[in-house]
Ligand binder design. Sequence first.
Ligand code: WT7
Length: 571
Amino acid sequence: MAVKNIPVREGQPNLKDYEKARENFSWEEMKQHFSWHKTGKVNMAYEAIDRHAEDPKKKNKTALLYSSPGREEKVTFHDLSRSSNQFANVLKNYNVNKGDRVFLFMPRSPEFYTSFFGILKIGAIAGPLFEAFMEQAVRDRLQDSEAKILITTPELLERVPQQDLPHLEKIVLVGDHEKKGEQYIDYKQEMETASEDFDLEWVDLEDGMLLHYTSGSTGKPKGVYHVHNAMIQHYATAEWVLDLKEDDVYWCTADPGWVTGTSYGIFAPWLHGVTNVVRGGRFTPEDWYGTLEKYEVTVWYTAPTALRKLMSAGEEAVKKHALSPLRHILSVGEPLNPEVISWGLDAFDLRIHDTWWMTETGAQLIVNFPSMEIRPGSMGKPIPGVEASIVDNEGNELPPNQMGNLAIKEGWPSMMRTIWNRPEKYESYFINGWYVSGDSAYKDEDGYFWFQGRLDDVINTSGERVGPFEVESKLIEHPAVSEAGVIGKPDPERGEIIKAFITLNDGYEDSDELREDIRKFVKTGLSAHAAPRELEVKDSIPKTRSGKIMRRLLKSWELGLPTGDTSTLEE
Ligand code: WT7
């Protein structure tokens, strides 16, 4: 079904004209919006929180509108400023210094945001971990980052393999517990006595702020390192793309364990002093519509996988809710299906604006600008200050309509600055001055970019990025599994699902029970979203002569496609 292009909506005031914005643009000018432009004193926590807390007009404005099943809270900029000062003092007491890694492994909660800004205030580097991670995933990330402090809950503590983490000095426990031992710090108790005054650590724009672990096609997850300078782009895109205004109520549905949940679930709205809705707990259509209605959300940033679920919940579900305050919707994480855009027009009478970027890029790069015609299926065009193109494998630009590597010209503010512990990996992203994304795409004659797929084996399941290697490594830890090859298999609701091919060790027979046991093993060892939905037992797994699993071949077999070049296949 072809979905028609959707013109710009009338009655959206003050939208930036896309072409004009690009023409006269300089990142230099953007810097004037920050206090450090005059004072020379930099810290993301100051720009996002303290600056508003010092402003008599904004001080008592709600920064955080938090809810989760059984808990509801409103936190002002003043509150958040004071509590994060307290937490910074707690960290200081335990000898946390600038540049140290402090990780958070907990569900979204007011304490999460307090701790997060406490970490930034002391100049340390925050590492948020998704609450669904299991032991292996937690171990890999805490080991690689050599985290000194972990903030977690008593419930999640059992997934923290303390014996394997020699660098971890202290664990801050948020919630009631009976843990004894000098490695534990009680959040509540420490906060009760901590001073609300803290001399914020001024940093350099290029100092570390955040480590987000993400998956590639080979090796363990890699620590994508972001610096305070990224705020320039968070601020800019919040204005142009999220179209945030002073009185908006904004909801980004992503968890801060993923980059969308930090760049756009924390920084973008708060740099503008906008009220930010955070909803914890699991997804249900009723709950999501309820959240939009209850908080009178005006700007909503979500993901195709959620939109598809809402769509399948049907018309009735939407109509039950009064959603008239909602004026702007955006999407990220995976291809946004034209059908979903079309449904959005019916359900909300609004356009859904797709945006493209990656953990590595730190902020949006290619977007459907609110002032641009939407071509359903296209990710849109590069934001001002960013040059995107399609290049061949040598980094030469290709003409319109030709498919190739989606690449970005080096030099945007929010770009990662390295891969933690692996500078050579960082270098490998660049060819001929281009950052090569790993996605394939083409550009039409009018400059719109069209996503085609991943060029590597990275899997995108319900918008979550999964590295096949991690899953394969976990699978072969199971006593029954000898070898494993893991691919993404197209799926209408989830984008892709994880499918694993395995061979069995001697003495094991294929059965439903065994496959279920292996699935559970990955689910409880790594994480739920990394557990293969489909598992197939084979006699052998195709490998190259050098021993690399040929995932491409597995995928071709699975999809009944031509197998292409198999000259490197071992006997
Ligand atoms: C990969 C990055 C940073 C946002 C969350 C994902 C895919 C992202 C789109 C889009 C098609 C998209 C790409 C990209 N992706 N946005 N609008 N259309 N695909 O971040 O986990 O680092 O994944 O997600 O394949 O490379 P991530």
